[in-house]
Structure formats: C-alpha cells, structure tokens
Design a protein around this ligand. Structure first.
Ligand code: ZN
Length: 92
C-alpha cells in the first residue's frame, strides 16, 4: 500500500476518514470540476470545519466494494498540514 503516487490513500489514513462518509465526486472530474467546487461552492474543511478552499478527489485502493471517487475538502491550513504530514513516498 506504500506505493508512490498513493497520496490520496495516505490522506484518508491521516484524516482517519471512511471514504463512504465523503461526498461522492463525479467519475470523470477534471480541473474545472475542482475549480468550481473550490470557488463557487461552500464546503466545510474535513479536519477543522472552517471553509474549505482546497478540493481533492480521493479514491480508495482498499475499500471493498469500491466506493468510487470522493471529494476531500480542506481549508488552506489543513491542506498545508496534510501535505507536510504525508509520508515522503506519498507526496505528489
Ligand atoms: Zn481545516
């Protein structure tokens, strides 16, 4: 599970969140979907509840059945926390 590029799984582990509790993301979301969610919608940060300014799409590699892509919303501080706390091999 510690494969390079598996940053999202690392995020989920760090956040201790079940993917099925996150809002479902479009199957083929692209940069515009992410921009729209970040800028035009209001979501709470998963970690602290402040307004999220960053959105990621998470996809669990281990959940069975596969819950599909999920949104991961974070405020800037928690985004920073997450990126600096990810194991080195998981950093994008
Ligand atoms: Zn936060």
């Amino acid at each position: 599970m510690n494969e390079p590029g598996n940053a999202v799984e690392g995020m989920l582990t760090l956040l201790a969140i079940e993917p099925t509790l996150l809002p479902p993301a479009p199957e083929r979301a692209d940069g515009r979907h992410i921009e729209h969610r970040r800028r035009d919608e209001i979501h709470d940060c998963l970690r602290c509840g402040q307004r999220a300014m960053v959105a990621y799409i998470a996809r669990s590699m281990v959940a069975d059945p596969d819950p599909g892509p999920r949104w991961l919303d974070l405020c800037p501080a928690c985004d920073y926390w997450l990126r600096t706390n990810l194991p080195e091999e998981w950093r994008p």
